[in-house]
Structures are given as structure tokens and as C-alpha cells.
Design a protein around this ligand. Sequence first.
Ligand code: I3P
Length: 108
Amino acid sequence: FEGHLVRKHEWENTTTKASNRSWDKVYCVLRGTQLSFYKDSKTAKSTPDQRFKGEGSLSLQRAVANVAQDYKKKKHVFRLKLESGGEFLLQAHDDSEMNTWISHINSH
Ligand code: I3P
């Protein structure tokens, strides 16, 4: 499963806020239990090792995605909580796309 989302890294782990908390447009690819971010769909397809800003993939083992009810600044935003304590906010185009992402992430 894959598609465009806008991403904000909130927490590095349970105690450290992410140093860069700006919103980035990213192309997201879910392969098994791994979530990878890319600059665009072309890069994801042609050179899947070339992830956004040289980042690693995220492990979704014991990760949970939920609607970000408390985040009011943008619509269609869900929160991804990783086992590491890392947290991301991810904005979809609409609620239906958001709910599709949430179920894919939670049903791996
Ligand atoms: C961040 C940027 C984000 C903002 C974040 C800022 O600054 O303005 O949009 O999050 O606020 O730190 P920069 O682009 O200079 O990194 P919101 O959109 O959620 O307000 P934060 O520090 O409160 O997370």
C-alpha cells in the first residue's frame, strides 16, 4: 500500500521531542511491517533504497495508528506511535484515505 501524506515528526522517543518538527510532503510505502518515506513515487519505484533524507524504514511491529483527535490545526491527521516511543503525525487528503492508512498500519 502506498500514497502521498504530509508528515510531522513529533517525538524521537518517549522522552525526546523531534528536533525537526516541520511538515514535509512525503510518498509513503508500506511493505509488510516496514514503512518507508520517499521524496516522490518515482524514487520509491526506481530506487527504493533512496529514502527521504536518507532515513531508515520504520518498523511497524507493535506500532499503533489512531486519529489525532487532539491535533486541531489540520484536518485528516492521524498519529503513528512506534514501539520505540517515536511518534509521527500524518495528514491524508481526506478522512477516507486517512482511515484506509490507519487500518493498513494496524492490520499488518
Ligand atoms: C515548526 C513548523 C511546524 C510547527 C512546529 C514548528 O517550525 O512551524 O509547522 O508545527 O511547531 O516547530 P520549523 O518549520 O521552523 O521547524 P505545527 O504546524 O503543528 O504548529 P512545534 O514546535 O509546536 O511542534
